[in-house]
Design a protein. Structure first.
Lengths: 657, 415
């Protein structure tokens, strides 16, 4: 990270452009301002990661409190309301503030590197996505510090429980506005990724040569762009009900609670794939690298990822098998859901095919990736059980469902993301995590995870409903709950080891050179940590595993590079975008507006311009100013001219022009 | 031992410990974790609907188990067989860079589809069977309406009309005829709840402004545990209920008892100095979330329920009369109905025959004097956020210990 923090190699091309004297273009390379104004996809990815890991920790503490409350029957660690707040915030935090942004961190950091680009298509929009995400996270969590408390409507926020009648305080308003901001952030980021992948691929990087992780980024981005509008609509309707007394979900006025469920799950089911597809992408990178063999059936893995994305939009009502949809709808959604098992199974077959005949190096990232395959398989099987609607009538909203989705979200998404952190750590920071501590953390996490969640299958089949703060001792749930809590504590220790080791490695870990894993994709051709401009010369791609090809054909590549370097120098050198503060200003405006809408009490006495509306208007104004200045300052940048010796791995060799 | 081998030996010990621990737990530390035969078991079922759902579950279980063994076996074998055993092997010449095999892919896709068809057929059959009462059983059908409130259940019997009072209405204990298909029309009064009696049938949501229904049948007379299965606010966890299935004669007896107005206990003459004096046992303090159900409901629940149908021994008519008066002066009447006693409130459960129910506060605590007093004394401690606790505050209702005991005596007399 040092180079990213302190890179001082950029040189302005002559005098700064005239416009920049009107609009301040920050140039700080260190300190707070550099982070607030950065447009570098790697720095933004790093920040996404840091925020995500912080909220992963918060969500983990919430989970441990939940497990402590349920450790024994009639537990008294939390009150009913505290417990309900805890599971609501645990779900919301883990999905929207931990797993999604951690995936976004990898999209940001790795995807441009994998396609041979110098940044994303819209660097300032990227910064806006990041800061809007932070604003949303703040709004959602503001309740902890307020009298109203944090939201307690469940992460699905079913109306009418979340209507003004049944949730009169501001906690649900904060949940609604927080999610709206996260939606803005996610959609903006996704459009950015889509444009980047389609337009900024290096020469020769055809679609069917894209690394699978980039493919999954693309599919995930499309899922976000297509699914988030549904929850946006649902949240707008709920907010209208709560603020202006409309009747979308207001039962006494003929509102339709079922409407919320449809809108929510049309978003919510693709959301599940938004959480798992990036994980599948990461695993599809790691397994070939450590088997030293290309991915088995690359086109089929890509195609099945896309099929999962498409089918993901046709199965939302399997979350609603118990809402009385009638036989036809239930049968249709049941069969469509089973159909998803086919492309999912295909991925698993291909991962095994990748291992077959390889030279498997059992390194920590590989352990997590294999752990993913096993755990995801179990989660997939319980998923098929849910797809069978009659069986689901018993399982729905029971601990069986809790077991299922933690197998796919922890055993799936989290394992893959932890694998990804280990895998790309040397590239990102130039240091390698110790194999001993890495493997130890893997085994503690693996054991803790299974001890926590496997017993929950039995709890669910034995009739324990989810979201219950207490249970009596006579229902046969005592042992399984006790075991699950012990498992959760082990899991907590494992996660602690994992991140303690990461933190240690960041500062003191073993320094490693380029391409420490003998990897296959383009990002590994970069020195570590990658310089601000990523590629000194935009590479030409000749094969699917581009870097593997480069390593096999060094003479050809060196010749090409020299030609490209000359061509690029003739075009003015490496073009870099200026930093900008305005994306941050626009996000700040959104934060202020959301506080006005969600947090401040409506005080009708001073007329229309009360505190609430005043704050909201002020936030809107700040946002507009930010966006206008952002537009007017223009998308200028500067050129870098690297000296001849600059092709070495270290940026220190880069000469000033 | 080399340091670098520690994680794998840790893993071996961890896995061994895991296996041993599992074995120990399965072999009977808890009497029913593995057997899954708790009161709300979906495995030890007691009716045709739950049985049909269980059969579908078993199909999915066996099919996925077979696939797991096959795929997991190949995965384990591949991981073992092709692993690099030494550092030299890791650095060896890379293996053949094969890109896949379309024939294998197509074959495996075909096999997956086949496995899903095996699951799909019983699934479809189950969907249609569990949806509504089969045609050939419709003649025998009994219909009941269940409505979910925050946080209790109201049950109405449309076929039992009572002159001037509409359909027979009870709360939190659903009495059904055994061996007859029962269609339950489920409604939501405020937020979404879900009707779930695991041993009899899977759940169906009680959604406001939506007319859902389910059907179920109890194979034989019995006492079944149910619980709200959709998160519905503060006290969702303690929104429970019971289903009591009775044989034809018992059911008819129960109906005639229930359709009668509330029971009157002859009040003693005011001047009767021989009337026994009220006993005020101090209410003990209850821990937060303390269990209020005794184990007689684990051993012989139906017998315990039947015992509640008869007047308590040693009733105190003076105390009952006092409680009856308090029931209106303390505003209980504004929310609760006691048919025949002038109480006509409808926002709380109907208490006409509350004394004959086995549980209180929506299946959370047992219906006995101690627990009833616990509930009346501080409803919010048993069921956080409930309307009765709020009603006390709004109406500035204060109850002395004597009031509580009198109310308990009165309510217990309502058989």
């Amino acid at each position: 990270m040092d180079a990213i923090l302190k890179s001082d190699l950029h040189v302005k091309d002559g005098a700064a452009p005239a416009k920049s004297s009107v609009f301040w273009r920050p140039t700080a390379q260190t300190g707070l301002v550099s982070w607030l104004t950065t447009v570098d996809h790697k720095k933004i990815g790093f920040l996404y990661g840091i925020f995500a890991l912080f909220f992963f920790l918060v969500g983990g503490v919430e989970a441990l409190l939940i497990r402590l409350q349920l450790m024994f029957p009639n537990g008294t660690v939390l009150t009913a309301q505290q417990y309900n707040t805890m599971f609501t915030m645990h779900g919301t935090t883990m999905i929207f503030l931990a797993v999604m942004p951690l995936s976004a961190a990898f999209f940001n950091f790795m995807m441009p590197l994998q396609i041979g680009a110098r940044d994303v298509a819209f660097p300032r929009l990227n910064a806006f996505s990041l800061w809007t995400f932070v604003a949303g996270a703040i709004i959602i969590n503001l309740g902890w510090f307020m009298h109203d408390g944090a939201p307690d409507g469940g992460w699905v926020g079913y109306a009418p429980l979340t209507s003004k009648t049944f949730a009169p305080d501001h906690s649900i308003d904060m949940w609604v506005m927080g999610l709206q901001l996260l939606g803005v952030a996610s959609i903006a980021a996704s459009l950015n990724f889509i444009v980047t992948i389609i337009n900024l691929r290096a020469p020769g990087m055809t679609m069917m040569r894209l690394p699978v992780f980039t493919w999954m980024t693309l599919i995930t981005a499309f899922l976000i762009v297509l699914s988030f509008p549904f929850i946006t609509i649902a949240l707008v309707e709920l907010m209208m009900d709560r603020l202006f007394g409309t009747n979308f979900f207001e039962v006494s006025n003929g509102g339709m609670p079922i409407l919320w469920q449809h809108l929510f799950w049309v978003f919510g089911h693709p959301e599940v794939y938004i959480l798992i597809l990036p994980a599948m992408g990461i695993v599809s990178e790691i397994l070939p690298t450590f088997s030293r063999k290309p991915l088995f059936g690359y086109p089929i893995v890509v195609f099945s990822g896309a099929s999962i994305g498409f089918l993901g939009f046709s199965v939302w009502s399997h979350h609603m098998f118990t809402t009385g949809m009638g036989t036809m709808a239930t049968a249709a959604f049941s069969l469509a859901t089973m159909a998803i098992a086919v492309p999912t199974g295909v991925k698993i077959f291909n991962w095994i095919g990748t291992l077959w005949g390889g030279h498997i190096s059992m390194r920590t990232p590989m352990m997590f990736a294999l752990g993913f395959v096993w755990m995801f398989m179990i989660g997939g099987f319980s998923g098929v059980m849910h797809a069978a609607a009659p069986a689901d009538a018993q399982q729905q909203d029971s601990y069986f469902v809790i077991a299922h989705f933690h197998y796919v979200l922890i055993g799936g998404s989290i394992f893959a993301l932890l694998a990804g952190i280990h895998y790309w750590f040397p590239l990102m920071f130039g240091r390698k995590v110790s194999e001993f501590w890495g493997k130890l953390s893997f085994w503690v996490i693996f054991v803790g995870f299974n001890v926590t969640f496997f017993p929950m299958h039995f709890l669910g089949l034995n009739g324990m409903p989810r979201r219950t703060y207490t249970y009596d001792a006579n229902l046969g749930w005592n042992t399984a709950n006790f075991v699950a809590t012990i498992g959760a504590l082990i899991l907590g220790v494992g996660i602690f080891i994992y991140f303690a080791v990461m933190a240690y490695t960041y500062f003191k870990g073993e320094k490693v050179g380029k391409d420490v894993w003998d990897a296959r994709t383009l990002e590994w051709s970069l020195p570590n940590p990658p310089p601000e401009y990523n590629y000194r010369v935009i590479p030409t791609v000749h094969a699917r595993d581009a870097f593997w090809y480069i390593k096999q054909n060094q003479a050809q590549i060196a010749k090409e590079e020299a030609e490209h370097a000359k061509a690029e120098a003739d075009h003015g050198g490496i073009h870099m975008p200026f930093q900008s503060i305005y994306p941050f200003v626009a996000s700040l405006g959104l934060l202020i507006a959301a506080i006005g809408i969600a947090v401040i009490d409506h005080d009708p006495s001073p007329g229309f311009w009360g505190k609430k509306i005043g704050t909201a208007m002020m936030g809107g104004a700040v946002m507009l100013i930010g966006i206008y200045f952002w537009a007017l300052e223009g998308n200028e940048g500067y050129h870098l001219h690297l000296g001849e010796e600059g092709h070495d791995s270290s940026d220190k060799h880069a000469a000033r022009h | 031992m080399r340091l670098s081998t520690l994680p794998s030996s840790f893993a071996r010990w961890g896995l061994a410990g895991l296996a041993l621990g599992t074995l120990a737990l399965l072999s009977g530390c808890d009497y029913n974790w593995w057997r899954m035969d708790g009161h709300q078991s979906t495995i030890k079922v007691a009716g045709p609907v739950a049985r049909s759902q269980l059969e579908v579950f078993y199909v999915t279980c066996w099919v996925t188990l077979v696939i797991f063994i096959l795929v997991g076996g190949v995965l384990a074998y591949a991981t073992w067989k092709f692993r690099a055993r030494t550092a030299a092997e890791e650095k060896a010449v890379p293996p053949e860079q094969g890109h896949g095999n379309p024939l294998i892919e197509v074959g495996l896709i075909g096999a997956s589809v086949l496995a899903l068809v095996i699951i799909a057929i019983p699934t479809l059959k189950g969907i249609f069977y569990t949806y509504d009462v089969p045609e050939d059983r419709k003649a025998d059908l009994y219909e009941i309406t269940a409505t979910g409130y925050q946080w209790w259940f109201k049950f109405e019997y449309p076929s039992e009309q009572i002159a001037g009072a509409g359909a027979l209405t009870t709360g939190n204990e659903l009495v059904i005829p055994a061996n007859r298909p029962v269609r339950i029309n489920v409604r939501g009064a405020d937020v979404i709840h879900s009707f779930w009696v695991p041993k009899l049938a899977g759940k169906v949501d009680m959604i406001p402004n939506r007319a859902n229904f389910l059907w179920l049948e109890a194979d034989q007379p019995g006492y079944y545990w149910g619980q709200c299965a959709e998160y519905c606010g503060d006290s969702h966890a303690v929104m429970r209920f019971r289903v009591v299935a009775l044989g034809p004669k018992d059911f008819n007896d129960w109906l005639s008892q229930q359709t009668a107005p509330a029971r009157n206990v002859a009040a003693p003459k005011l001047a009767d100095s021989n009337a026994p004096k009220a006993q005020f046992a101090a209410l003990r303090t209850f821990k937060q979330n303390e269990t209020g159900i005794s184990d007689k409901f684990d051993v012989a629940p139906l017998d315990a329920w039947k015992a509640k149908q008869f007047p308590e021994k040693g009733e105190n008519p003076a105390l009952i009369a006092q409680g009856k008066a308090l029931f209106s002066t303390k505003a209980c009447v504004s929310c609760h109905e006691v048919r025949g006693h002038g109480a006509v409130g409808i926002s709380g459960p109907n208490l006409t025959h509350i004394g004959a129910r086995s549980t209180l506060a929506a299946g959370v605590i047992e219906n006995n004097p101690e627990q009833l007093q616990r509930w009346i004394h501080n409803p919010g401690a048993v069921k956080p956020g409930n309307k009765m606790a709020k009603g006390y505050v709004d109406n500035n209702i204060k109850l002395t210990a004597e009031d509580e005991v009198a109310l308990v005596a009165y309510l217990q007399s309502l058989k």
